[in-house]
Write a protein that binds this ligand. Structure first.
Ligand code: ZN
Length: 81
């Protein structure tokens, strides 16, 4: 019978918390709209209203394009608690 080797591993448990980043140095939210019919997207800006105006203009030029998806980028932060 050979010797049995047991390797022990220390497992350090760390609790992480994640939250939207609202620190002063956080990136700004940014917004874009995508047309669900043709896939064209608006420019990405920091003002959600820009995307709304883009939809109005896109729908005016393409009256059958009536469904859109807003794509929001919002910064998050992770920290050990
Ligand atoms: Zn479209």
């Amino acid at each position: 019978m050979g010797a049995t080797h047991v390797t022990r591993a220390e497992i350090f448990r760390v609790n992480w918390t994640v939250t939207p980043d609202q620190e002063p140095d956080a990136k700004l939210n940014s917004y874009a709209q995508e047309c669900d019919v043709c896939g064209v997207a608006s420019p990405r800006t920091h003002d959600a209203n820009d995307g709304t105006l883009w939809i109005i203009e896109h729908a005016r030029r393409n009256p059958s394009h009536t469904s859109y998806t807003e794509v929001v980028k919002r910064p998050w932060r992770a920290f050990m608690s």
